[in-house]
Design a protein around this ligand. Structure first.
Ligand code: Z15
Length: 808
């Protein structure tokens, strides 16, 4: 494009934008608010995307290529405007034009609400996988719930978490299209009668409560290609327009009550990450999007397949993200048998061939099990089918392992009056995978060992990945530019090309530029902290960051206790030689998780103590950033020197924040857990700081005992001092962290915080030494960026295509 062509395009853009402002606001540009500017831009973006979207859908409707459907109860997509602009290849144009028109581009983008339709890693992973699928031109779609309220907004008041409703739809949402013509009716409760119709046993559902699922579709635009996939989120509505059985029977009040009950289903996201709550409404949610999603897939498939189900599993992959959508198995069976008239065997073959399952946790308290009575009452036909799936599975088991009653019991899907959802998912899928090498091994050898013995070939491993577009190119534009200037721009289609940065691993000129980028990102975060936390931090201090959900197994407590220990050392010796440190925390606690909320209180109390003590000469600062979400994450990762990944080994299935930090040049300070192990493999031992018990050691202690936290306490005066400070008023008058103290001593420290303390303190000391040698540090940091290619979600998606969905 020559410069006059470019000027023409810019002039056209400005004219269209000015016109759009009038359309969306009834005002001229000079009088339009930032919100209206954002809405105008969003409309223009949608207009450019929708024609490609329609073309993609036409292509898909021919049914030539295999389609993948991700069923997930969470999709944590983050703001989309920047992704759209960058994927369309028009971001620079829009930036330039905005500046020339006197508009504030970043402020316009900040108008967008950040949809919190997920809790943490699980939901964000799905968003990265959608981003990558589109980038790779692969037909893959999301299927989930359009929660009216996403994950709560977190405020910190008097050091405590306060939850505020997340009304992300309050100004409307410009990137979705409501498609009421594609609504699906969902039936709950009632009774099942079998009837003999024309010699066929037929199951009839009576006296059910019906509600309507209405889809809202969000386009997932591929990076600089023609692919636009769909994220379909279902909203629950009353079905007035339909023939409501209770209405017909004259139960008008029932029909009204039914309206608010219907809407309740997609009202709010459950705020637990890695924790099972067992609420009836949650089970309704699970069936809601499963039933709606399966129905739509079948309708679309048949329309383009001469109204036949032949070849379904050659063309459709139903991928279930954790067990929340595990009802996909029985629901697909129900539709195939009761609506399509197929027999059990044929239906079962199709179901298992179509379905694959990813497990994301081994924490026992997170594994879903629903009371039989609840399931039977709410979903009578589904429960019947689960019983039959189980009966046939146990029969097969008995054939293979005769009279092995223990095995039969422990693998039974229905056991001790609960439906075990992981068992259901495994039995009804041809593939089950863990999300990191260690995690998959634990699944095979421990968590699902019984199933592994029965179905060894069903078990796979795919290490998680993250979107390099969102978490490198778009959130760290200065690093992107530096990389482009150094190795050329082509790494954007193959993140392994970042290895070419190793050519600069001894280049002092490159070091300078690289350090300048990091500093600039740290200044940005420091400004944020000055503004929102009213804390001044030194951008040249080590930014040591732990951001993730607050959970015992993630051990924010270990980090906090170590900060307190450092504080004590500095108090003893104000001239202690150490690089100044800024410890940064962020993360939400589930509202009902008392212990996690205590940890937030503890961190803010330590911050109060440390930040207000002038005798520390600014060597130590502690900041808890409120309301960690995708938008805040995008500011945090690029600014990190240290990435804290310190879970008790064996507990963090993979982690994905670890990858986002690494891609931005942070050095991992981590246990040998989840994907940290693979980060070590990728960067080599000299570019990571690892410490602590191994998963085997943790497992051994948990199985055979032999760990007594009180022994460590008694031998270590540093720990005595710190633990005493939890309860002696050091952290504020009247403030006592007795529950935390007790968890460590009285209840024997279930997450091995004290056991790993010494190793962690040593590792932190090593970090200090490394950082004080700038050449070594920069070299480590560059190596991390250069070796992060394997953690692109493009690589993960390629693995799934090859190993699990068998595409190409
Ligand atoms: C969640 O965020 C994760 C697992 C779960 O079972 C639930 Cl319910 C929520 C996380 C894992 O804790 C994390 O290790 C993993 O990286 C992430 O899923 C994506 O696989």
């Amino acid at each position: 494009m020559n410069s006059s062509e470019r000027e023409n395009i810019k002039a056209a853009y400005k004219a269209t934008f000015t016109k759009k402002i009038e359309e969306v606001s009834g005002n001229c540009l000079a009088d339009a608010s930032l919100l209206k500017q954002y809405q105008a831009l969003a409309e223009m973006v949608m207009e450019s995307i929708t024609s490609q979207w329609a073309k993609t859908n036409t292509l898909y409707n021919k049914n030539e290529s295999k389609q993948v459907y991700f069923f997930s109860i969470e999709f944590l997509i983050g703001r989309l405007m920047k992704s759209y602009l960058s994927n369309l290849g028009v971001e620079e144009l829009v930036q330039e034009c905005s500046a020339e028109m006197g508009l504030d581009y970043e402020a316009i983008l900040a108008q967008e609400s950040d949809p919190g339709l997920g809790n943490g890693g699980l939901g964000r992973l799905m968003a990265c996988y959608l981003d990558s699928s589109s980038a790779m031109g692969m037909p893959a779609h999301g299927n989930g719930i359009r929660y009216k309220y996403g994950l709560f907004e977190q405020r910190i008041i008097n050091g405590e978490q306060i939850e505020v409703a997340d009304n992300w739809l309050k100004n409307g949402y410009p990137f979705e299209i409501r498609n009421p013509d594609k609504s699906v009716i969902i039936k709950y409760y009632g009774q099942i009668h079998s009837e003999n119709i024309n010699g066929n046993l037929t199951f009839v559902h009576e006296n059910y409560e019906a509600i309507m699922a209405v889809p809202y579709d969000i386009p997932i635009k591929g990076y600089r290609n023609e692919t636009v996939n769909s994220l379909r989120l279902w909203s629950a509505e009353p079905l007035e327009a339909f023939d409501l059985p209770s209405f017909n029977q004259g139960h008008f009040l029932n029909a009204v009550r039914h309206k608010s009950e219907a809407e309740a289903i997609s009202q709010i996201l459950y705020p637990n990450d890695n924790g099972f709550d067992g609420k009836l409404l949650r089970l309704k949610q699970e069936y809601f999007f499963v039933c709606a999603g399966i129905k739509r897939i079948i309708v679309d498939f048949k329309r383009s397949n001469n109204n036949s189900m032949d070849g379904f599993s050659d063309k459709i992959c139903i991928h279930i993200n954790d067990t929340h959508p595990a009802l996909c198995g029985p629901e697909l069976m129900r539709v195939l048998m009761d609506e399509e008239g197929l027999g059990w065997e044929e239906s079962w073959k199709i179901t298992v061939a179509a379905m694959s399952f990813t497990n994301h946790t081994v924490l026992p308290e997170a594994l879903e099990k629903w009371p039989v009575d609840m399931m039977k009452d709410l979903l009578p036909r589904i429960y019947m089918i689960i019983e039959e799936i189980n009966r046939r599975f146990l029969l097969d088991l008995d054939n293979e392992f005769p009279h092995d009653l223990d095995r039969n019991h422990s693998l039974s899907i229905i056991r001790d009056n609960y439906v075990h959802m992981a068992s259901l998912a495994i039995v009804s899928s041809h593939s089950i995978n863990g999300v990191a090498t260690l995690h998959s091994k634990i699944l095979r050898e421990e968590t699902f060992n019984g199933f592994y013995q029965v179905f060894p070939k069903r078990f796979y491993s795919v290490t998680n990945g993250v979107s390099p577009r969102r978490f490198l190119m778009n959130s760290n534009p200065e690093l992107k530019t530096l990389i482009n200037d150094s190795i050329g721009p082509d790494w954007d289609h193959n993140l392994f090309d970042l290895k070419k940065l190793l050519n600069y691993i001894n280049d002092p000129v490159f070091y300078q530029k690289f350090d300048a980028v990091k500093l600039s990102n740290k200044v940005r975060l420091a400004n944020y902290m000055a503004r929102y936390n009213n804390v001044t931090v030194d951008p040249n201090s080590i930014f040591d960051i732990q951001v993730k959900r607050i959970h015992e197994y993630k051990r924010q407590l270990l980090n906090a206790l170590h900060v307190l220990y450092l504080y004590n050392r500095l108090k003893e010796n104000p001239n202690l030689e150490m690089a100044p440190r800024t410890f940064i925390f962020a993360g939400k606690a589930a509202p009902g998780y008392y212990y996690a909320k205590e940890v937030i209180k503890l961190i803010t109390a330590i911050a109060e103590l440390v930040n207000n003590d002038p005798s520390l000469h600014d060597k130590l600062k502690v900041v808890f950033l409120a309301n960690f979400n995708v938008s805040l994450a995008e500011i945090i990762y690029p600014a990190a020197n240290i990435s804290e990944q310190i879970s008790t080994a064996g507990k963090e299935a993979s982690g994905t924040g670890n990858m986002k930090f690494m891609m931005n040049g942070a050095i991992t300070l981590g246990t040998m857990d989840g994907a940290n192990i693979e980060i070590l493999d990728a960067v080599g031992p000299s570019n990571i700081v690892s410490f602590g018990l191994s998963a085997d050691e943790v497992h051994h202690y948990q199985k055979y005992g032999g760990y007594r936290s009180i022994d460590i306490f008694e031998q270590d005066p540093r720990i005595q001092q710190v633990l005493h400070q939890l309860i002696d008023g050091t952290l504020g008058y009247g403030l006592s962290f007795q529950a935390i103290y007790d968890s460590l001593l009285l209840y024997n420290d279930g997450y091995f915080v004290l056991k790993d303390f010494n190793a962690y303190a040593d590792a932190q000391n090593q970090v200090d030494h490394l950082f004080r040698n700038p050449t070594i540090w920069t070299k480590m940091s560059i190596s991390n960026v250069a070796n992060s290619g394997i953690f692109s979600s493009d690589r993960s998606i390629a693995d799934y295509q090859r190993e699990i969905w068998k595409i190409i």
